[in-house]
Ligand binder design. Structure first.
Ligand code: GLA
Length: 387
């Protein structure tokens, strides 16, 4: 893929000058969903699939972007002095947003660039193809313009661009996992203070299988913002009595004793998920570190139930994938991953059961939903870098 991307760059923009290559992964979250904007813990890892980028600085202020995944859009042109979100610029609003974010935070980008990207993360799948492009752009800007930012800064700049330039109030999980990923490790991140630990994922005799529902998210982003504000309102109601800064500070017991402060049944459920999911994530990582993969799997299953019943972000596609997965032999755990409302599930499946898992879950899904799901047996890779 890197060669194809490079060749395309040369074909479109010429082969002279200082052309550089970069790679930025996708991510999957193993547990800790919708906790990252509630001051809770998450447990994602970077994947070996992701986005390749080839770029070269220009002398003038022009920006020219081309994606081999959206060839019909052609070359999208912009300018470092005209960075506004434009619908017709489509995916290029992500790299544009990152250049804008660097400027907002005092890292002025002084000239334009030509850039070609090519990714193998299914779009809109919940494996963070957009955050992959954002972090890719951050790494390119740091490298090409010698900007003094570290990888956590790049993750934060990516999140800032997504929040303020692209209008999705996402948390820090995706950009952090993509910037800071480490081969064969997941990242146990406390989103309250960004402290983190790498946890080795040694799945002796089992694999991580992602099932992509192929349901496009559509309204997902607005629902996402809605969940976020429901949690914020619940927090402010709890604050009437409790001295807390986030739902992530609550144990299950304290939440149960005070939930009557929340004046709406749906909001109680949303906050309950945020509190319990955070505690589940802490317990899951403890279990994994103690070599107890079965408990880890059970907590993954409980996470899905909570996302389905209390947070209500699954839908029939994701539920069909997960509930069918639970019935298969050799499945240690299975849940939706990412924002939900479509996208992917993540399952831990014993080696010898993987083929039957893909066949059986695929068959049931096609029968019930009417179109096929895609399956990927994935590996955990490094964070974004120049290659
Ligand atoms: C999306 C967001 C993340 C996180 C997840 C849900 O992927 O970008 O910040 O909130 O949803 O856990």
């Amino acid at each position: 893929m890197r060669t194809k991307t490079f060749d395309k760059f040369c074909e479109l923009f010429g082969n002279e000058g200082d052309i550089r290559l970069y790679f930025s992964p996708g991510r999957v979250n193993l547990i800790g969903e919708h906790t990252d904007y509630n001051g809770g813990h998450v447990f994602p890892c970077a994947l070996t699939i992701g986005t390749y980028g080839v770029a070269r600085k220009r002398e003038d202020s022009k920006l020219r972007f081309y994606s081999m995944n959206f060839e019909s859009l052609g070359v999208i042109e912009s300018d470092i002095n005209a960075l506004v979100n434009k619908k017709e610029d489509d995916w290029a609003n992500y790299p544009k947003g990152v250049i804008w974010a660097f400027g907002e935070k005092g890292h002025n980008i002084t000239s334009g660039m030509d850039m070609v990207i090519y990714g193998n993360i299914p779009n809109g799948s919940g494996l963070s193809s957009s955050a992959s492009v954002e972090v890719l752009m951050g790494v390119i800007l740091k490298d090409m313009f010698n900007i003094d930012v570290n990888m956590i800064d790049i993750a934060l700049l990516g999140q800032y661009s997504e929040n303020k330039f692209n209008g999705v109030n996402c948390g820090i999980m995706d950009q952090f996992a993509i910037a800071m990923g480490k081969e064969n490790h997941a990242i146990f991140l406390d989103t309250a203070d960004l402290s983190y630990q790498y946890a080795p994922i040694k799945l002796d005799g089992a694999k991580i299988v992602i099932a992509c529902s192929n349901k496009k998210r559509g309204l997902g982003d607005s629902k996402y913002n809605e969940r976020r504000s429901e949690c914020e309102t619940a927090l402010s109601e709890l604050k009437a009595k409790l001295d807390i800064n986030s739902l992530g500070e609550l144990t299950e017991d304290v939440f149960e004793a005070n939930k009557s402060l929340i004046n709406d049944a749906d909001r109680v459920k949303r906050a309950k998920h945020a509190v319990y999911e955070n505690q589940r994530t802490i317990k899951a990582v403890e279990a994994l570190n103690a070599g107890d993969i079965d408990t880890f799997g059970k907590l993954m299953n409980a996470s899905h139930v909570s996302l389905r019943d209390d947070y209500e972000v699954t839908g029939k596609e994701l539920d069909t994938l997960v509930e069918t997965a639970w019935e298969q032999d050799g499945v240690i755990g299975s849940r939706m991953t990412g924002a939900g409302f479509g996208g992917c599930t993540v399952s831990i499946v014993k080696d010898e059961a993987v083929d039957a898992f893909i066949e059986n879950v695929g068959k049931v899904y096609l029968e019930k939903i009417g179109y096929a799901a895609d399956f990927y047996v994935v590996e955990i890779g490094q964070g974004a870098s120049r290659i």
